[in-house]
Design a protein around this ligand. Structure first.
Ligand code: CDP
Ligand code: CDP
Length: 222
């Protein structure tokens, strides 16, 4: 059987990965994988079950046992919709800490690869192009300057009814970027064959168009 195509979109927090991945997938009629949600779900389950977040093997066990489902806008954890809960900064911060654990990353690997289903997949995260789908025919590294990202995330959180403050978000974001870039396991880095897209001054539509144009180009080469 033909290999199912994957477009990977990796980049720092709030660069627009999830938004762009969804829009691109809609245009192509493909599936999506929000890999960050799996790390966030693990963090939430760790919190809820009172597991010691410093115990790497215990955290990996939580991930192996996760009962998750994605249905439209809903993110289900053991049957409960936690889409809003996992967006909290506290959950994101814990996710970014446990994401450094090798046993956890290993525990989530096959679960992520199982999303590769015809006709295609758009996967977003930190290591989609480098570790999870190294053979993806198009890898995008989506960046934006930290000020733009903090402003976007602030607006997004407020729209969802959470309180947010720009200075605090900027600090959190810098710390998170730093952790994601400098960890030993699957650090945030562009794959050698990735195309970098800077969305600092681009609208969502313009960013989607750039990715779709890159995909058309990639298709011409095969
Ligand atoms: O939305 P945001 O970019 O802030 O985060 P996310 O994509 O939901 O991911 C939450 C955390 O999970 C990140 O800070 C990363 O540390 C981690 N993560 C990862 O290590 N590898 C991935 N493929 C996706 C997320
Ligand atoms: O998934 P990630 O954390 O990278 O970012 P996101 O949650 O998709 O996007 C963060 C916010 O930036 C969302 O509210 C988007 O609407 C907004 N945004 C964007 O994604 N792309 C632009 N070019 C402009 C704004």
């Amino acid at each position: 059987p033909a290999v199912v195509p994957v477009i990977t979109i990796d980049g720092p927090t709030a660069s627009g990965k999830g938004t762009i991945a969804h829009r691109v997938a809609q245009q192509l009629g493909w599936h999506t994988l929000d890999s960050g949600a799996l790390y966030r779900l693990t963090a939430l389950a760790v919190q809820q079950q009172g597991v010691d977040a410093f115990d790497e093997l215990a955290v990996a066990q939580v991930a192996l046992r996760l009962d998750v489902g994605f249905q439209g806008e809903q993110v289900l954890l053991s049957g409960q919709d936690v889409a809003a809960l996992i967006r909290q900064e506290s959950v994101g911060n814990l996710a970014s800490k446990v994401a450094a654990y090798a046993p956890l990353r290993q525990a989530l690997l096959e679960r992520q690869r199982a999303f590769r289903v015809a006709p295609g997949l758009v996967a977003d995260g930190r290591d989609m192009g480098t570790v999870v789908f190294p053979d993806a025919p198009l890898k995008v590294f989506l960046v934006a300057d930290v000020q733009a990202r903090a402003e976007r995330r602030c607006k997004q959180l407020k729209e969802k009814g959470f309180s947010a403050n720009l200075t605090g978000l900027l600090e959190d974001m810098r710390a998170r970027d730093e952790r994601d870039r400098n960890r030993a396991n699957a650090p945030l880095v562009a794959a050698h064959d990735a195309k970098t897209v800077d969305s600092s001054c681009l609208s969502i539509d313009e960013t989607v168009k750039q990715v779709l144009d890159l995909w058309s180009e990639a298709c011409k080469k095969v």
